[in-house]
Design a protein around this ligand. Sequence first.
Ligand code: MIG
Length: 685
Amino acid sequence: MVQKYKFGNPFRTDAVVREVALCEGEMPYMKKADGEKLSFSYHLEQEDEVYGLGENVRGINKRGWEYRSCCMDEPNHVEDKRSLYASHNFFVVRGKKCFGVFLDAPGIVTFDIGYTHLDEMRVTLEEPDAMVYVFEGDSVLEIVKEFRVLVGRSYIPPKWAFGYQQSRWSYMTEDEIYEVARMYRDNHFPLDSIYLDIDYMERYKDFTIDRERMPHFEEMVENLKKEHIRVVPIIDAGVKVEEGYSVYEEGVEKGYFCKDKEGKEFVVGVWPGQVHFPDVLNKDAREWFGNHYKFLIDKGVEGFWNDMNEPAIFYAQDRLDSTIDEIASLKGQNLDLSIFHKFMGKVMGLSNNTEDYKKFYHETESGRLSHDKVHNLFGYNMTRAAGEAFERICPDKRILMFSRSSYVGMHRYGGIWMGDNKSWWQHMLLNFKMQPSLNMMGILYTGGDIGGFGADTTEDLVIRWTQMALFAPLMRNHSALGTRVQEVYRFDNQDILRNILGIRYGLLPYLYSEFMKAALRDEMYYKPLAFEYTQDAYVSQVEDQLLAGDSVMTAPVFVQNAKGRYVYLPEEMAMVRMRSLDDYDTRRYPAGHHYIEAGLGETLLFVRRNKMLILSKGGEYTEEVKTDSMKALAFVEDKAVYEWYDDDGMGKDYSNPENIRKITISADGSCTCEGKPVNLEVEML
Ligand code: MIG
């Protein structure tokens, strides 16, 4: 059950797509607290667990820290940060009572969850306006589903976007891109796409192509597509200020950029130098910005990633100017420590300064609003601009889209990647833990940069990380300018990496089926064990294992030099230790704690009781993965039933009943199938 409460005069974010009647009177569970700011508190019992908040630092159970919804270009994902790129104001408390809360509030919101006081949760809003939804249910999963129904169906990417993807900041020229493709194809590493980072553009201008670096862009896109490799360009939030650049000139002419107090286009510095932000909170401007994606779609492009849309600000022009003046006045002076620190503070304070959010405006349906009031909606609406445009440009086709910044509601238009992680073992685990929290928000198509974005990676980290990402819907290796190169072919143990990617393509029918069912039914794809094994008192402490879809539990190795790991089984499960798609050993383990060996080239997965994992024979790209002859690894005590979803992977005929087949395997190993017949070799575990 959901109840809606209104505070002040909330802005219509369009996060929610269903009508809910407004409740009068006091909100249940969370008490409105005294104080200047709108704030709610809840007493946390010892046994209470708090889940949600999407893209964030720390664990799956969010108790024990203070988080802040304020979308930030934050490249240091360390424990004492309060904000990353997103604002995901939905959480569920489970314990003495079980309830969920979604604060539809686009300004800054702070979630003190046992930070100031161990036994208190306090949610504080910087702005007095909010629509608050309170959910009741018997379980976390039930509440998540109520929430998901409210915010609408998750974005569905094309099937090829579930293949392995290679990125780098940046592949600079056509030759470099062809070389990546050649290395993959010649060495038989599976691959479905190659990414273009900012350098494909002419001087970082959105919707342009640097013709010196990529004179035959269209031809390249076409040639690579023949090899089943898609080219996926980046789009940045800021539009370069440059005479003669049509996107800029049009935007100025039509008044589609964010303005300052005087009504002049607000100037900030990002990659291209001075830019304006398209006012994506304005419907007309959003439509206009979205239409530009056609420039690349017409060139054969079928996918995009939206970056810097928190929006990231290197500097606001006026702050830069005054800072330069102040610093100039220090010339020749003997800077003591305090002046020097002030000087440093000024310079450091240039980027992403929240004070600058007050200096520019959006023309919304509710009139003119300063950016700070709606800050967290920018990335969402940039991606919405694209998503709405795709519906106009190619309504019958799925286009890949994922964003860096997001707000609840954006999950209808695209996925996200987890931003600038580092090549650290702990970031692999952090990204793993984000998965279920993001799924709660409806963001199903997601993953972190495999191998780590910032800092130099190592071969064993890339191997373990690729294994960890085997079930991640977005499986992309990406790294930053200046760091050690990390394409799979750069390393000594090519067989290991080739085999891991081979396993991914074997898993594709299962992975796609589970993703699609989660999307179409408003459910989670990655689940913490605690959400499913609700009778197990210990299991909520297990955050380094997840259920990936309905049949499988995954338990990656996150520790440098580890040759195995402890795994907790809430029930008897069948372990599959995979070296490749055809080389694996299996063994049943009873419920409890087990140390299980997993050498560098070995991936552990577990098939749950009375469930099956369907496996294809793999392929080097998604279109090559055939489903006419598959294998089922089944752990059958009584019988295992699997609902297998499949479709053409490009169109939108999701509800066609032919997409679903129901496979049943009995204890004697016999197999039946409702729906189109399936050729399945059964292996009993
Ligand atoms: O300021 O486009 O998170 O994936 O490679 C850095 C360059 C801008 C940040 C993105 C990253 C991308 C990088 N971008």
